[in-house]
Design a protein around this ligand. Structure first.
Ligand code: 5GP
Ligand code: MN
Ligand code: MN
Length: 322
C-alpha cells in the first residue's frame, strides 16, 4: 500500500520493536539514512536494531552509528516493523529478509522500485533516501542533533555527487542548507570521504590501463573499466570513485565498471550522461536511477562484459535517451 510521509511517521510512531535495514554494498545514502533514523527512534525509547547483510565500508566509520550495525544471523525474529531504506527490491537486503518476519515499510527513491513492501513511500524525484528521512523528521518536529544532521548530509551529498548530478534539485540544496544550520560540516564530511588508503590511489593507473572505448557514432560512446578479483580483494570497498574516470571522458555517454566478484559473478556499475541506464540494469535483474544503476551478472568476467556492452550498444543505437 502506498503511504505518505505522515503515514510513514505514524507507522514508525506506533511500532516499538523496529528493525532497520538497507541495501547490500551500502553507500552513503543507505548508511546515513540508517544512522539518522536509528538515532531518532532510539531517542524515543524504542527498541531499535540495524541489520545489514554486509560490512560497513571504512570510509563511513566517521558517522555515529556504524558500530550498531549487526549482521543477520541465527534464528528467525519477529518485530513490529522492518524499515527497508534505499532498496528497490527485496533481494537488495540479502539475508535480512529471511531472518526478520515483520510488516515492511520501504522508504526509497529508486525509479526502478518494484513496490515489494507492505507499505511504501517512493519519491523518485528525491536525490536521496536521506531527503525522505529529513521530511519525516520535519513532519514530527524531530530534534535533529548535529550527528543526525551529519548523517543526513552525507546521505544526500554522496547520492548527488556533492550537488553536481542531475538529481540535485532546489529542494536538495534547501535541505542541505538546513542540515548545515543544524551542525553538518560539508568540508569535514567531504574530507573524510575523499581520504583513501594509499593502495587505492596506487591501484588507479592499473585500473585505467583496462580502459576501453567503444565507438557508437552519434549516440555517444561506451567506456569500460575492469577490476579483476585480485584488485578487488586488495581494495575491499574503496572502488567507489573509479567509475567517474570513464564517465568524465569527452564523448562518452555510458560508462561501465566491471568488478569480478568471483569466477562466475560480476558486479556491474553503470553511469550515463543522458541515457536511462536503470533500464539496462533492470534487463540484467538489477536496478537504480536513470543516470546511475547497477546489476550483478552471473557469468565469467569476459562473458559478462560482452553481454552488458552489447546491450548498452543496442540501447544507444535504439535511442533510449531519457
Ligand atoms: P553503484 O554502481 O554505485 O553500485 O549503484 C548505482 C545505483 O544503482 C545505486 O542507486 C544502487 O542502489 C543501484 N544498484 C546497484 N546495483 C544494483 C542491483 O544489483 N540491484 C538494484 N535493484 N539496484 C542496484
Ligand atoms: Mn544507495
Ligand atoms: Mn540512494
Amino acid at each position: 500500500m502506498e503511504v505518505s510521509i505522515a503515514d510513514s511517521a505514524t507507522l514508525l510512531n506506533k511500532a516499538n520493536n523496529i528493525i532497520l535495514t538497507a541495501h547490500v554494498h551500502p553507500d552513503g545514502d543507505a548508511l546515513g539514512s540508517l544512522f539518522a533514523l536509528y538515532s531518532f527512534l532510539s531517542a524515543q525509547g524504542k527498541q531499535v536494531r540495524i541489520l545489514l547483510d554486509d560490512e560497513v565500508p571504512r570510509a563511513f566509520y566517521f558517522l555515529h552509528g556504524w558500530e550498531k550495525v549487526e549482521k543477520p544471523e541465527g534464528i528467525v525474529h519477529t518485530a513490529d516493523l522492518l524499515v527497508v531504506l534505499d532498496a528497490s527490491d527485496l533481494e537488495r537486503i540479502g539475508k535480512v529478509s529471511e531472518v526478520i518476519k515483520a510488516p515492511i515499510l520501504n522508504l526509497d527513491h529508486h525509479i526502478s522500485n518494484v513496490k515489494f513492501a507492505d507499505y511504501w513511500y517512493i519519491d523518485s524525484q528525491a536525490a536521496a533516501t536521506g531527503e525522505i528521512i529529513f521530511k519525516i523528521f520535519k513532519e514530527v518536529n524531530a530534534n535533529i542533533t548535529p550527528s543526525m544532521a551529519e548523517a543526513l548530509f552525507t546521505a544526500i551529498a554522496t547520492d548527488c555527487g556533492f550537488f553536481r548530478y542531475a538529481n540535485t534539485s532546489a529542494q536538495t540544496l534547501k535541505i542541505a542548507a538546513e542540515l548545515v544550520e543544524l551542525g553538518a560540516q560539508p568540508h569535514v564530511i567531504s574530507e573524510r570521504l575523499e581520504t583513501k588508503p594509499r593502495a587505492v590511489i596506487e591501484m588507479l593507473p592499473k585500473v585505467l590501463e583496462t580502459l576501453e572505448i567503444i565507438d557508437c557514432g552519434d549516440a555517444g560512446n561506451i567506456a569500460t573499466i575492469v577490476l579483476n578479483y585480485d584488485a578487488i580483494t586488495k581494495l575491499k570497498d574503496d572502488t567507489e570513485g573509479f567509475i567517474n574516470y570513464p564517465r568524465n571522458i569527452d564523448g562518452v555517454e555510458i560508462a561501465i565498471m566491471f568488478k569480478e566478484a568471483d569466477d562466475n559473478s560480476v558486479r556491474v556499475s553503470l553511469r550515463s550522461k543522458t541515457a536511462d541506464v536503470s533500464k539496462l540494469a533492470l534487463s540484467f535483474g538489477g536496478g537504480g536511477h536513470a543516470r546511475a544503476a547497477g546489476c550483478t551478472v552471473a557469468e565469467p568476467l569476459d562473458r559478462a562484459k560482452t553481454l552488458v556492452v552489447e546491450a548498452a550498444r543496442k540501447q544507444l543505437a535504439a535511442g533510449f535517451i531519457a
